[in-house]
Design a binder for this molecule. Structure first.
Ligand SMILES: CC(C)(COP(=O)(O)OP(=O)(O)OC[C@H]1O[C@@H](n2cnc3c(N)ncnc32)[C@H](O)[C@@H]1OP(=O)(O)O)[C@@H](O)C(=O)NCCC(=O)NCCS
Length: 188
């Protein structure tokens, strides 16, 4: 059964930012049939890099237990991709988070993350890693907010470097670590 909540329920709703208050949102693991819509959502959410549709299909199959898709009125409006990095049994790595402009401001990233962290596949996780470019203000705000929700410290360090790793084609990605934390309460 997918997790279901209305966009206006719970103390985490943000008055004034929702254009879709009251609409039911379903959150769950993706299936390969979702990949094409997810690919479109990512393309509509700059500054995210698009991956190939094939890469999204692999995420929606091999890595489905570590990803979440959110639907509102049947349409894909939210996406988190991630995985458990090799050799780090306490870590969930969050690769991308995207929320359609129509569904922003409703804590959808946190709701999707809560649903992912509640799964058996995330057993033993006590920290989250993600990467953020310096100029992505929305992403920094989001992950600072997530650290507050998890009551955990946030650390950052340069990781994939503009010149050394991206051949000057992409801004440096900072590795952001949030943790340690205890299992979060469900986020409605
Ligand atoms: C980043 C993104 C997922 C946030 O979605 P959202 O639905 O607005 O997120 P939330 O409602 O949970 O807001 C979380 C926090 O971020 C803040 N925030 C959201 N958008 C912001 C923006 N553009 N600038 C500054 N802060 C912003 C919110 O005010 C909130 O802060 P608070 O907890 O202190 O009140 C969405 O803007 C998006 O898809 N952006 C394009 C893709 C992207 O950059 N993804 C992140 C990199 S992987």
């Amino acid at each position: 059964m997918p997790y279901e909540a209305t966009t206006s329920d719970g103390p985490d709703s943000v008055p004034g930012r929702s254009q879709t208050a009251g609409a039911a949102i379903q959150i769950g693991s993706p299936s390969p049939e979702d990949a094409a819509e997810i690919h479109e959502l990512i393309a509509a959410c700059p500054p995210l890099d698009t991956n190939s549709l094939y890469a999204n299909l692999i995420q929606c199959s091999h890595f489905a237990a570590h990803c979440a898709v959110a639907r509102m009125n049947g349409k894909v409006v939210g996406w988190i991709s991630g995985h458990r990095p090799p050799g780090k049994s306490n870590t969930y790595f969050l690769w991308q988070v995207a929320v359609h402009a129509d569904a922003r401001g409703q804590r959808l990233p946190r709701r999707m993350l809560a649903e992912i962290l509640s799964r058996d596949a995330q057993s033993g996780v006590s920290q989250i890693e993600t990467t953020i470019t310096r100029s992505n203000d929305a992403s920094w705000a989001l992950f600072r907010s997530v650290a507050g929700w998890l009551a955990a410290p946030l650390r950052e360090e340069p990781w994939f470097d503009r010149d050394r790793h991206f051949a000057g084609q992409h801004d440096t990605e900072f590795l952001v670590t949030i943790g340690p934390f205890k299992a979060p309460k469900a986020s409605g």
